[in-house]
Every structure is written in C-alpha cells, then in structure tokens.
Ligand binder design. Structure first.
Ligand code: GPU
Length: 814
C-alpha cells in the first residue's frame, strides 16, 4: 500500500513539463505521431489517456477504502445520466486544468479546441438525467462513496437538425469516437431473465420458482470513473450493456435474434415526461434494475463477507430516480426471497429500509403505468411478487382506513401496475425536488399516501454542479470571484455570499459588465458560424433553454416576440433584444414539433425584415445539449422560467443561468420560488398566476381564453399573426397553436398569463436602461446561486435519506 500511495502522490503532482512528456509519449505509443503532426482526435485520445492514468490510482484507492472501511454506500438507480463531456471536468477535479491548459498553450495548442472533439455523453433527455449526473459529481466531491447504476445506450439522445424549420432527428453515435472514459468489466457480468413460465415448487418447505422457456441475457457493466473535486476520491458510474451469454450462443442463431438482444440497450427513449407503454422500455427498466441489484448483493456477500441480509440497509441504500427503476423493489424481494431464502416479512422490512424514491413531476401523463398482461408475459415472477405486495398492502390497511383510500392507493388497478404506488409503498423515503413541488405532492397528487405515511415525505430542492457552470463554462467570472472574494468559493460555495459586499463597488460592477459582454461576443461568433445570423453583443440576450414542452410555454415567449415585432413595425421603440432558444421536442410529440416550426418561421421572418433594423433577432440553436448550454448560459442576460405555476417540478436551468448572472423572469413555480427567496423580490422579475389561481381555473372550469382574446386587442393581434399570413410558411402549425390557445381545455393557461408577462418584460426593459442597477441585480444573483450547489443538495440526501458517512481518504497534496 505504501509503495502504491507514493506512486499516487507522484502522479498527482503534474507539472507542465511532466504533462508535455507524457503527451509526447502517448502520441508516440498510440499513433507514432509527434505533437505537431497529431490530429485533434489523436490529441484528445492521448490527453484523455493521461487523465485516466491520473485518476486510476485514486479510483483503486477508493475501492480499497470502501471494502476496508465498509461504510454504507448509495446506489443511484437512474434510467438517464447526462454528464455531457468529461475531459475538462475530470481535469478540473484532478486539479490539473490550469496546468494542462498552459502546457498546451506553450505548445501552440488550445485545450478548448481539443476538448470540442469529445462527444457529449447524452444518456439522458433533460433535467432528470442532468440531475443524476450532477449528483454523481457531488457525491464524489463531498467525500461519499456513491455509485450510479444505469444503461449504456449505444445511441444517446438524438441529434437535432432543422430542415425547413422542422425538427429532424438523427442518431447520436457517441461511442464511435476515440478516447473513451469507460472500462468494460466483463468479470462482473450477470444474467437477466425474461419471459417464459414460472412454476412454484416446494423445496425443503420453501416455495421456489422453476423457470421454463425463459430468455437469458447477459448484462455486462461498463464503469465510468467519477472523479471527486480535488479530494482524492473517485466513484463509479456503472452502465450496463446487453449481450448474448456465451453459453447461450446456440439459442440465438440468426442476426436478427442477436439484434433483438443488442436492441435492448441500443436507444435512449427520447421522451422526457410522456412515455408510451412500450415493451422495450419495460425490458430496459428491468434489465438495469436486476443487473444492478445482483451486483450489489454479490459485492455484499463476497467483498463485505456478509450473508446476513437483515443488515443490508446498514451497508446499502438504493435510490430510485423517478419511477423508471421502481421495479427494484420487486426485484430485491425476488432476490432475497427466491435466491437467498429470506422469509417474506424480513425481506420486505429490508427492502423498505434500503429503498428511497424521488418524484420528479406531478403531470399525470408522466406517471408510469404498466399493463398487467404485458408485465406477466415479460416478467412473470416479478408480476407475482408485485401482486403479493399489493395483496398484503390492501390486507394490512383493511379496516384501518376506508376502502376508498385503499382503492385509490393500491398498486394494481384496472389491469395496470401503478409504478409510483409501488415506489412509495416499498420505500422509507419519498421526496419532491422543490418546496412547492413537495407541498403539491403532499396536498394534492399523493395526499392519500401523505396521510398514511407522513414521515416518509420530505423535500430535497435540486441543485447544479457549480463547478461545471462557473469554473468550466465561465472562467472569466470565476477569475473575478477569485480576485474579489478569494479562491475558497471554488471548494466552499458558501463563500460566494461574500460577493454581495461588492454591491456598491463600481469597478467590480463594470468588470461584471465586461465579462458578460465578452461572453456574449463569443456566443455571437458561434451563432454566426452556426446559423449565419448576425447578433449584436450589446443587445439584451434573452434565453430560454430546456426541453420543448407545452407546459414550459415557449409559446408565451413566442407571443411576446410577435408583440415586440408588431410594435417595432409600428415604430414603437424597444431596446435591442436577441431571443435565444435551445430545445428538443420528443419525436412523437406533435404539438411540441409544431411550436418549433412556428418559432423557426417567426425567426426567419423577423431576422430578414429590413424594417426592424436588427432591433430584434430570434435565434433557435440546433441540438441543445450540455456542451451547447456551456456556451449559451454564460452569455445570457435574461433567464426565461415561465412554466405554468404548479407544472415545473423544480427546473435547473434557472439555477445555472442565475449563477452566471442572468436575471430571471419567472412564474412562481418550482425552484423559481426559492430563487426569489434567495435573491429577494427586487432582484427577479416575477409574474403570473399563483398556484391557487391555477387550481381555481381547473376546479371551476372557468378558463375561457377566447373571451380574453376578444377583449384584449394587443393579445388578439399577437395571436392573429400566426394565422393571418403575417408569419409565413406555417399556416397549419400556426393554426394548431391558435386552436390550442383558444380552447377552454388548454391546461397551461398561456393567454391567462400573457398580459402579466408583457408587464414583466416592460420592467426588464426599464431596468436594462439602468445599467448599474442591472449589474447590481446580476451580482446578487451570482452570490446567491450558492444555495443551489448540488453538493449541498447531496449532503441533505446523504444525511436525511441515505444515512451515509464520509469515506476517509488521505487528502492528496497538490
Ligand atoms: N423531469 Br418525470 C425530466 O427532466 N424528465 C422526466 O421524465 C421527469 C421530470 C424534470 C422536471 O421536469 C424538472 O422540473 C426537474 O427540475 C428535473 O426533472 C429534475 O428534478
């Protein structure tokens, strides 16, 4: 161990010269190239190999410490992980970023250019997947051993292209490129079974299942290192791939047989909140849940040397990230009862103590339900176990609560398995992702469960990786923080509050302005290259980046754009503004795709109208992903967070944008409320219906948008632009939007918030004219973003839900 530690220390202390030598060696060994002849892909592969060598010793050391100290570990089960690119964040977390950047620069090379080669690891759709990645980073960075458990999709989230303003989806073949971070761990493979028949037979007084005609798939893990921020700790994100078991080759004779197995892990479902009940999805869910739990129990038995499962929850916490992994509850029961012969009651007790669940939405269509017949066919034993859990649940409550409550909360209803109910009944903790969201779970969506098990419910407001969104995405702002408040904020985000002391410091306020302008110039250059559109860096950069969804109301922004356009045409002046969108629509989500088409046509019309004199520009950037976010967010002046109140569980782009000094225009939804609490009412632009007003519309069915439209000429004119020929080339899509706006059944109440939204935007314009006040507001937002550091969120999960202790790793001196 001593020799190994010495080696570790040596590797950690990287000087520029040492890095240059290693780079030369790698290029020579791998490609027989010199630094000046190597291609970008070769440079990337060589540098990433140096980085892998850099964290390898601490990865190993973490594993050794884990098995030695036997501290409890959490396994974060998530069907999505969205880390983005890893080169710069691994460099940052190793403490090497500056050295490597400078060494490359000495050699006439640009780290940022080389880093661009790396494809995004886009194994997620949006907020939910990004949160899972943030939590991985934060667990490692706060000193906990935590593991991710997910799927190694061959194709990540689709690549978005616009053709004639329409979204087109292309496959995202991210594994094709060089310089992978993953390590295949074939020796850790496990088998997962699907289909067939199950008969229960007696064996020594124990009923055990005998399977007949089932299909066996081999789950092979690929491990990705999760490097902690300069703390010597490296955790593991384990992603499972499906293969044919070598001993089963004969059962898969044809190419199409083989393909069926490969297909299991080939695509990420590109829907972020509205899933069709598809068989493949159910297979994916069971596949990674079963594989993950089997490897946890293997570790428990072999590495920890424990066969007493009653203590499992002292060593293992399994977190269910939304309901997609909720089958973990039934699968752990199956493994304990069938494979390890633990009696049902003990197994159930263990399972509840091990499992915890996060809910990420109150939208009914995102609440997963599986057809009982489908589940019985694909997973006969799991269906039996869920049936038994349900039976015991109902029996246990009979006579204690009304039949109506039992009926509403049971797992199996109307031939469907309610996954959220399974998740709640089988866990000790249920949390929402922002204060309002948790409150709505308790009082509306899950109120029966809250009445039954109030102690299980708790809130954990989401967070973001400030390291990525400040230190990596915005180095200039990070330097300003260093110069003013000192460098400690980089490892202790509480220190960011000290930035408020510069509220009256003209020099710092001017520097903030310069940094923003610089970031806007960089984005303007990128926009020009990508789209050919010229944008003026001195204009207001007004940003809405998130999935395209009716409830997020990109349509409200669209109506605002049309109103500004009509004003400018009528010579009513406004400050110069550039509206920037980034958003993917689920391929099957027709309405979201119609919105994209209409925004693109509107952009085209406005950007090419000479009457506007460039006072208004609309830019819809293709293929929004983590890498693109890193370019857009540092350049934003305005952050659009305008979902219908009650619908956005939390939101996280709101946090990233505030950290970069954008001012938020917000409904009082999700975490926007907590942002307002943090910065104060005077440092945010709030507007719109509150939750009671929204629920009143629903309860009384009193929403009549056509009346609003008829009575408000400004609204009417903006809406009509979509159908009166003003916006060209999208008459059917424009009509679809208008039909939606004017329907009494329009759940997202777009027109109800229109007037208030315009008022908020007028206030934005007035504030923009007062440059000093704007910079002061921006400064307050940056300072208070510390509240949304995911390191803090993870500390709360670790303490309140998972009950983890920190691993002791000697701090590495750099
Ligand atoms: N969210 Br459910 C997703 O991104 N995908 C989903 O399938 C579901 C929720 C989002 C919420 O919409 C967003 O408000 C939240 O900030 C995020 O999860 C992380 O909790």
């Amino acid at each position: 161990m001593a020799k190994y530690l010495a080696e570790h220390e040596r590797k950690m202390q990287l000087t520029k010269e040492e890095f240059k030598n290693r780079l030369k060696r790698k290029l020579n060994d791998y490609y027989e190239e010199d630094i000046d002849t190597a291609s970008t892909s070769e440079l990337f592969a060589a540098i990433s190999a140096i980085v892998r060598d850099g964290y390898a010793p601490q990865w190993r050391r973490t594993r050794i410490a884990e098995t030695k100290q036997k501290e409890k570990q959490v396994y974060y089960f998530s069907i999505e992980f969205l880390p983005g690119t890893l080169l710069k964040s691994n460099l940052l977390n190793l403490g090497w970023l500056k050295t490597v950047r400078e060494a490359l620069s000495d050699l006439g090379l640009d780290l940022d250019k080389i880093a661009e080669y790396e494809p995004d690891m886009a194994l997620g759709n949006g907020g939910l997947g990004r949160l899972a990645a943030a939590f991985m980073d934060s667990l490692a960075s706060t000193g906990y051993t935590g593991n991710g458990n997910g799927i190694r999709y061959k194709y990540g989230l689709f690549k978005q292209k616009f053709v004639n303003g329409y979204q087109r989806e292309l496959p995202n073949d991210w594994l094709k490129k060089e310089g992978h971070w993953e390590v295949r761990r074939e020796s850790k493979s496990v088998l997962v079974r699907f289909g067939g028949k199950v008969n229960m037979v007696e064996d020594n007084g124990w009923l055990i299942p005998q399977y007949e005609g089932e299909r066996v798939v081999r789950a092979v893990p690929y491990d990705v290192a999760v490097v902690g921020y300069q703390d010597g700790l490296t955790n593991t994100l384990r992603l499972w791939d499906a293969e044919i078991p070598p001993e089963e080759e004969l059962n898969y004779p044809t190419i199409s047989d083989r393909r069926r197995v490969e297909d299991l892990t080939s695509i990420l479902y590109p829907d972020d909140s509205n899933y069709e009940g598809r068989l493949l999805r159910l297979k994916q869910e069971y596949f990674f849940v079963s594989a993950g739990l089997q490897s946890i129990l293997d570790y428990y038995i072999t590495k920890l040397g424990n066969k007493n499962f009653a203590q499992l929850s002292d060593y293992v916490a399994v977190h269910i990230n939304d309901t997609h992994p909720a089958m973990a509850i039934a699968e752990l029961m199956r493994l304990l009862v069938d494979e390890h012969r633990v009696d049902w009651d003990t197994a159930w007790n263990i399972t509840q103590k091990v499992m915890s669940y996060t809910n990420h939405t109150i939208m009914a269509e995102a609440m997963e339900k599986w057809d009982v017949n489908m589940m019985s066919e694909l997973l006969p034993r799991i269906m039996q176990i869920i049936t038994e859990i349900d039976r015991r649940y109902c029996e246990g409550l009979k006579g204690r609560v009304s039949d109506a409550v039992i009926d509403r909360t049971r797992i199996i209803k109307n031939g469907q398995v309610q996954m959220a109910h399974l998740a709640i009944i089988g866990s000790h903790s249920v949390n929402g992702v922002a204060a309002l969201h948790t409150q709505l779970l308790e009082t509306e969506v899950l109120k029966d469960f809250y009445n039954l098990y109030p102690e299980r419910f708790n809130n954990k407001t989401n967070g973001i990786t400030l390291r990525r969104w400040l230190q990596i995405a915005n180095p200039e702002l990070s330097d300003l923080l260093d110069q003013t408040i000192g460098k400690e904020w980089r490892s202790d985000s509480n220190k960011m509050l000290n930035f408020e002391k510069y509220y009256h410091d003209t020099k710092v306020l001017n520097q903030l302005h310069e940094i923003k302008l610089d970031n806007k110039k960089k984005l303007a250059k990128f926009v020009k290259e990508q789209t050919g559109i010229e944008i003026d860096p001195t204009a207001i950069f007004d940003v809405q980046v998130k999935r395209m969804h009716a409830y997020k109301r990109q349509t409200l922004k669209l109506l605002h754009i049309l109103k500004l356009y009509q004003d400018l045409k009528a010579r009513i002046d406004h400050p110069k503004r550039v509206i920037i969108f980034g958003a993917k629509a689920a391929p099957s989500y027709v309405f979201a795709k119609q919105i994209i088409k209409v925004i693109n046509e509107t952009a085209n019309m406005i950007n090419n109208d000479p009457d506007i004199h460039g006072k208004l520009k609309v830019v819809f950037l293709e293929n929004y992903n983590v890498s693109l976010a890193e370019k857009i967010i540092p350049a934003a002046d305005i952050s659009e967070q305008i979902s219908t109140t009650t619908k956005e569980a939390s939101g996280t782009s709101n946090m990233k944008l505030m950290a970069n000094g954008a001012l938020t225009v917000a409904t009082m939804d999700g975490a926007n409320i907590e942002i307002k609490d943090a910065v104060g009412e005077e440092n945010i632009f709030t507007f719109g219906l509150n939750k009671d007003q929204v629920y009143k519309y629903y309860a009384e069915k009193s929403y009549h948008p056509r009346k609003m439209y008829e009575e408000d000429p400004v609204m009417k004119k903006a809406v009509d632009a979509l159908i009166d020929g003003t916006v060209p080339n999208c008459s059917s899509e424009g009509q679809a939007l208008v039909n939606n706006f004017l329907s009494d059944n329009e759940q997202f109440l777009v027109l109800a918030d229109f007037e208030a939204y315009l008022k908020a935007q007028e206030k934005v314009e007035q504030t923009w004219a007062q440059k000093r006040i704007w910079q002061q507001m921006s400064l307050v937002n940056i300072a208070h973003s510390e509240r949304f550091d995911s390191d803090k969120t993870i500390e709360r999960y670790a303490q309140d839900i998972w009950h983890l202790k920190k691993l002791k790793i000697e701090k590495v001196d750099r």
